[in-house]
Design a protein around this ligand. Structure first.
Ligand code: ADP
Length: 241
């Protein structure tokens, strides 16, 4: 699923968080939105998700205008840094949640749900964890469950907002490599918000560098790192060439 963002602006009160954003996200790519805190990354992700309405501009998914579509009609999956799992539910129940709340005619049977959850647990390498509660998991394992939950409804697009931001450096590194592999296995378009240059350079197909509500540059990690388009990108990436 490709995403096209055309002339999107968003203002909160008097503060313009997004300033005429134009961006094409190709099908099947893992794209990082990279920039300092306050540059508009999360706002752009929320506009793509339909959690926030743009003041101006259009959003197309595979050419279909979804600018005014409700979040539930966009078929997106989310993983957020603080998108906590339900504490009173097991791993199985957490992952199955999105399937159980579907409209009755789309709702799978209990045995189909169990089979689907087991498939997802295999995918996120947590076989045998179905009956555990979130309190019995490490931070990294919880985010893997969050990812399985996001994928359970077979979204067309996966949106991740600093998914590993709360984890320590070693786990972060392991998980971002793992996310890269998973992204390739499930053939999905993913948009990933991070303020960590190393993370973006390490895992993304394309990096979108944001600053003060605008896109400073978009390109492959090599293009962005080797040929920063502005002094801002040069400084932000700590580029030394
Ligand atoms: P980033 O993800 O790059 O840190 P955000 O998109 O979260 O940036 O925020 C961009 C700017 O918009 C920030 O200055 C933030 O304070 C402001 N902002 C974001 N959401 C709201 C909101 N709901 N109400 C008011 N201001 C907001």
């Amino acid at each position: 699923m490709s995403i096209q963002i055309k002339n999107v602006s968003k203002t909160f009160g008097t503060f313009q968080a997004l300033k005429n954003i134009n961006l094409d996200i190709p099908d099947g790519k893992l794209v990082a939105l990279l920039g300092p805190s306050g540059s508009g990354k999360t706002t752009l992700l929320r506009v793509i998700a339909g959690l926030e309405a743009a003041d101006e501009g259009t959003i197309l998914f595979d050419g279909d205008d979804l600018t005014d579509a409700h979040v539930s009609n966009r078929e997106v999956g989310f993983v957020f840094q603080h998108y906590a799992l339900f504490k009173h539910m097991t791993v199985l129940e957490n992952i199955a949640f999105g399937l159980k709340v579907r409209k009755k005619r789309d709702r799978p049977s209990a045995s189909a749900i169990k089979e689907k959850v087991n498939e997802l647990l295999q995918l996120v390498k947590l076989e045998g964890f179905a009956e555990r509660y979130p309190s019995q998991l490490s931070g990294g394992q919880r985010q893997r469950v969050a990812l399985a939950r996001a994928l359970a409804v077979e979204p067309r697009i996966l949106l991740l907002d600093e998914p590993f931001g709360a984890l320590d450096a070693k786990v972060r590194k392991e998980l971002r490599r793992w996310l890269r592999k998973l992204h390739d296995e499930v053939h999905i378009t993913s948009v990933f918000v991070t303020h960590d240059q190393e993370e973006a350079l390490d895992v993304a197909d394309q990096i979108v560098v944001m600053n003060e509500g605008k896109i400073e540059q978009m390109g492959t990690p090599d293009e962005v790192y080797d040929h920063p388009a502005s002094p801002f990108v040069y400084d932000f990436l700590g580029n030394v060439n």
